[in-house]
Design a binder for this molecule. Structure first.
Ligand code: NAP
Length: 213
């Protein structure tokens, strides 16, 4: 599948590398494609482009931008390049101003809802925001069984596409409902971060699982 990754930080690069390893064609979008020369040279199957170039290329779009820059990154990607496409929102709306990260918004909205509101024609699916980058497409590396990934979105077909991608690499997928459920998925990232921070960042390899009885 043709994948467009918007954002070229730790998450964007890791997703691009893993998607290429899985056999997808990948274009990473960035404000400065030149800075990815070395990364692209090391990862056959990955190309760098502008955000608009990545968005136009992708059949599926993965959004991996720092929260404060997300609106600008999507503006650069162009609504016309995103309309009708499945857009996986991996962002966490984090506020670092207090030292330790906290949620910049919540209760009555979420990053997922804001992204859906900014690009109403995209089929936004919240997913992958509750684990570290290198685990996103490598969940079989966890011990203790198959971990779960919570997803939310308004479009059933888009959630189906994301579910196939995630189940294919080893996630159990729990669909919580429409995009407003991002309000409950995004705080889980703070559990992940807090547990890591409490260990002095020595613990980075945890994920969530729903247990039934
Ligand atoms: N790090 C993790 O393990 C992890 C795990 C789960 C979720 N997340 C979430 O995933 C997202 C990406 O994380 P990250 O660690 O890769 O973030 P990051 O390195 O801080 O930023 C990712 C990209 O955001 C883009 N960006 C930043 N400011 C921008 C602006 N003003 N306009 C346009 N683009 C801008 C930049 O793209 P260019 O400079 O290339 O244009 C940058 O490479 C975040 O929302 C984070 O909370 C991260």
């Amino acid at each position: 599948m043709r994948m467009g990754v918007i954002g070229s930080g730790m998450v964007g690069q890791r997703l691009a590398a893993d998607l290429a390893r899985l056999g997808h064609e990948v274009v990473v979008g960035t404000r400065d494609p030149g800075k990815l020369e070395g990364f692209v040279a090391e990862h056959p199957g990955v190309r760098a482009a502008t955000n608009a170039g990545a968005a136009a290329f992708g059949e599926m779009i993965l959004l991996a931008t720092r929260w404060e820059g997300t609106r600008e990154a999507l503006d650069l990607a162009g609504e016309e390049n995103l309309n009708g496409k499945t857009l996986v929102d991996i962002t966490n709306p984090l506020d670092f101003s207090g030292g330790r990260p906290a949620l910049a918004l919540g209760w009555n909205t979420s990053a997922g809802e804001q992204v859906q509101g900014w690009i109403p024609g995209a089929r936004v699916v919240k997913a992958l925001n509750i684990v570290t980058a290198d685990a996103m497409l490598n969940p079989r590396t966890f011990v203790g069984g198959e971990p779960d990934m919570f997803i939310a979105g308004n479009d059933a077909a888009a959630k189906g596409e994301v579910t196939r991608l995630l189940e294919g690499v080893g996630w159990g997928v729990v669909d919580l409902g429409d995009i407003t459920m991002s309000r409950y998925i995004e705080p889980l990232a703070l559990i992940w971060i807090t547990h890591a921070a409490n260990s002095g960042w020595t613990k980075r390899d945890h994920a969530f699982k729903l247990l039934n009885r």
